[in-house]
Design a protein around this ligand. Sequence first.
Ligand SMILES: NC(=O)c1ccc[n+]([C@@H]2O[C@H](COP(=O)([O-])OP(=O)(O)OC[C@H]3O[C@@H](n4cnc5c(N)ncnc54)[C@H](O)[C@@H]3O)[C@@H](O)[C@H]2O)c1
Ligand SMILES: [Zn+2]
Ligand SMILES: [Zn+2]
Length: 378
Amino acid sequence: MSTTGQVIKCRAAVAWEHGQPLVIEDVEVAPPKAHEVRIRNVATGVCHTDWEYMYGTGEGMKPRPFPLVLGHEAAGVVESVGPGVTIFSPGDQVIPLFLPQCGECERCLSPKTNQCRKNWANTQMGVLADGTSRISCRGQQVYQFLGVSSFSQYTVVPDTSLAKIRSDAPLDKVCLLGCGVSTGYGAALKTGKVEKDASCAVFGLGCVGLAAVMGCRAAGARRIIGVDVNPDKFAKAAALGATECVNPADHGKPIQEVLAEMTDGGVDYALECVGSPAVMSAALESTVDAWGTCVIAGWTEREAMKVKVEQILLGRTLKGTYFGGWKSVQDVPRLVDDYMNHKLKLDEFITHNLPLDQINVAFDLLNSGKSIRTVITL
Ligand SMILES: NC(=O)c1ccc[n+]([C@@H]2O[C@H](COP(=O)([O-])OP(=O)(O)OC[C@H]3O[C@@H](n4cnc5c(N)ncnc54)[C@H](O)[C@@H]3O)[C@@H](O)[C@H]2O)c1
Ligand SMILES: [Zn+2]
Ligand SMILES: [Zn+2]
């Protein structure tokens, strides 16, 4: 029976308030409006950004309204399309995007950025173009985290926040290209533009950091030093290309000094994949003063990092990366091709698979450092 034009009743993990476990609820997902697409989420990763928003105690994230459905690293299938949608059809395999690419605005037309602002203010606040969300629960509107909401069996996204991918791609793997792997891989290759034979330090060896390691290796870096306070991450980092790993806790001096000694003055590239302002400053200081590049991938929206002017005056570059610098709609299908052609790894990042009703276990695994990525099957 076709569900087109009907409200779909399905299950979702609803976040009712900050700091509390998610609750599996029956929700209603309205049909797509103009230039929107309703998708069936098949698989979703659980990213640190979801955790940070839900449980972070610092000042990191801007406040967003509750209740909401988290999740922004997913892959699924188009169920139906709203009026005016031309490039998607029911049955298409897709990856929803927390960063749009409208293809028409000044930023989309510029090769310098991936920061399209189509529907931006609304999706940042958890609603779509008309100022409302398509998900409701117990008669109440439920907001869509970053405009996506993949911890729901169905969701509705703008047609400019969706990438069509090849029909033979395994959705329970390529979902990781919706955030973590794309971000880290692009942090090295696209934003950092790591060069052949360079020396690199990657701070934080979770999904984003390990993908940055993979990106440094793809760029032909000669030394790739993984830095993490959890040594359990080192074996996987080595498997993905780290030439050595360092635990800051093993040294009686700041990690930037340790790295400077190891590399005779500092690394060419440092990639921060933790989300800590203190680590960001250490990453910048660990680069060589004359030409070092520090790329910030860790996500914090309101905190400040310390930068002494002299640290950049002599020639360092400090950059940030959002979604790895990829232009989302056009580049995600190419990254899927790279996975299918064995140029990019994804399976190695998946340490756990769980059903939706164990989503809180997935958060525990992430927070305790036991998982890289848990893929939730919806
Ligand atoms: N820029 C973007 O577009 C974007 C996209 C996705 C995620 N992120 C952010 O990237 C960061 C990493 O995400 P993730 O999903 O890989 O997280 P994760 O929790 O899987 O990994 C973080 C890693 O950092 C390590 N760590 C913690 N403190 C450290 C320290 N002082 N020094 C070194 N290592 C330390 C942890 O042990 C862990 O291995 C988060 O801040 C997340 O919000 C940014
Ligand atoms: Zn993410
Ligand atoms: Zn645009």
